[in-house]
Design a protein around this ligand. Structure first.
Ligand code: NDP
Length: 362
């Protein structure tokens, strides 16, 4: 059976795409991954997602989005995508393990909106007429002793999201020396008494404008040649073991944030024809036109030579270099990386996919 639309991923971009696509009666299949839920599964309080006056737990937000998509007929397969290929005018996605539709206890109640009922399909391959890739990105971490225990309990990877929780706290560390690290440090410095940037080398990699920005915060210190060795604390982070210019010390800490880059989950796209930049972010017309990607790579085959990247008003801005394959969320976006921006991208990709399918079907 060939599905209208396969959505790959299970973060805010994927679920939002699934909500839009299912309400457009496309009966999308969501290939949600074996672990599912994306970065928000490791996030406790989310206070910046609109609509939740008192905040919401990350996993609860993901579960609610999934149920909303299922209510309109989206069906979920809890398998990872392993590869994607074009076969004639269709797309084939190879999944991990055997494929079976799952439900989280909520049957699609608007049955009249779906043409067919949930069912089981065996095999490792699903085919679709269009695909939305929303596989996200993972914050790089150092996998240090204590990290698994304290992740989300003082150790984190998005200070811009969590900074207000550190209001009045004494010391918060940020690891990294790039633009993200400076951005995280300045976000925290508005709330914490002291923010210490831990840089492994003897210089910041951040751009000049970001380096200048840091100078206007008297409560930000930079420790060069510093490396974290361990996180200490049982239920929450209490101390950080730091090696600094040859000396190892345990230093009291209220929080620590990684800002050592992100890795988009796009390695599985090798050989698919979907163009990615040198850091692994998927290239779409929209992301390039608004300058999300810093790369010089331009979508060449689909959209013409380098100098001819079209305006965002082009017909299908979230389309990748392969017609019919769209991309949304953090796998496209090295810049904003917020749940709400990913959700917005997901809506755009679903609308583009719907219009593309309509145009294709005449
Ligand atoms: P970057 O790759 O630019 O920087 C990563 C930083 O992490 C570097 O300082 C690097 O150190 C450090 N690092 C890497 N591995 C380790 C490690 N094992 N231990 C300690 N430190 C480590 O990533 P960013 O996320 O900062 O930025 C990504 C892109 O997004 C960039 O193009 C950036 O310009 C852009 N961006 C722009 C922003 C803005 O303009 N407002 C905000 C955020 C990002 P070293 O230098 O020694 O390699």
């Amino acid at each position: 059976m060939t599905h209208n639309l396969i959505i790959i991923g299970s973060g805010p971009a994927a679920w939002t795409a699934a909500i839009y696509a299912s309400r457009a009666l496309l009966s999308p299949i969501v290939l949600g991954g074996e672990q599912g839920g994306g970065q928000l599964m490791f996030t406790s309080d989310v206070e910046n997602y609109p609509g939740f006056e008192h905040g919401i737990q990350g996993p609860d937000l993901m579960a609610a989005m999934r149920k909303q998509a299922e209510r309109f007929g989206a069906r979920v397969i809890e398998r990872d995508a392993i590869s994607l290929s074009v076969i004639g005018s269709q797309f084939s996605v190879v999944c991990s393990g055997s494929v079976g539709f799952q439900s989280v206890g909520s049957k699609p109640i608007n049955r009249q909106l779906t043409n067919d009922k949930p069912k089981t399909e065996n095999g490792k391959q699903i085919t679709g007429r269009a695909v939305i890739i929303a596989t996200g990105a993972r914050a790089n971490t150092l996998k240090l002793p204590g990290e698994d225990r304290l992740m989300g309990r003082g150790v984190g990877a998005c200070a811009v999201c969590d900074a207000p929780f550190y209001k009045g706290k004494n010391v918060v560390f940020v690891i990294g020396g790039g633009d993200s690290a400076v951005e995280e440090a300045t976000a925290l410095a508005k709330f914490a008494k002291k923010v210490i940037l831990l840089v492994r080398s003897d210089s910041l990699r951040a751009s000049e404008i970001m380096k200048n920005r840091i100078k206007s915060y008297a409560n930000i210190q930079i420790w060069y040649k510093s490396q974290v060795k361990e996180f200490i604390g049982e239920k929450k982070l209490e101390k950080v073991r730091i090696e600094r210019t040859g000396t190892v010390e345990d230093i009291a800490a209220d929080g620590l944030f990684y800002a050592i880059g992100h890795t988009p989950s796009t390695g599985w796209l090798n050989g698919s024809g979907v163009e990615i930049d040198e850091k692994g972010y998927i290239l779409t017309l929209f992301s390039q036109t608004i300058g999300l990607q810093t790369s010089d790579i331009r979508l060449s085959e689909q959209f013409g030579p380098k100098s001819e990247v079209r305006s965002p008003r082009s017909e299908f801005p979230t389309m990748t270099s392969v017609p019919g394959i769209f991309a949304a969320g953090d796998c496209v976006d090295p810049c904003y990386r917020q749940a709400i921006t990913a959700a917005g991208f997901g809506a755009m990709a679903a609308l583009d996919a719907e219009r593309w399918l309509n145009a294709k079907n005449g």
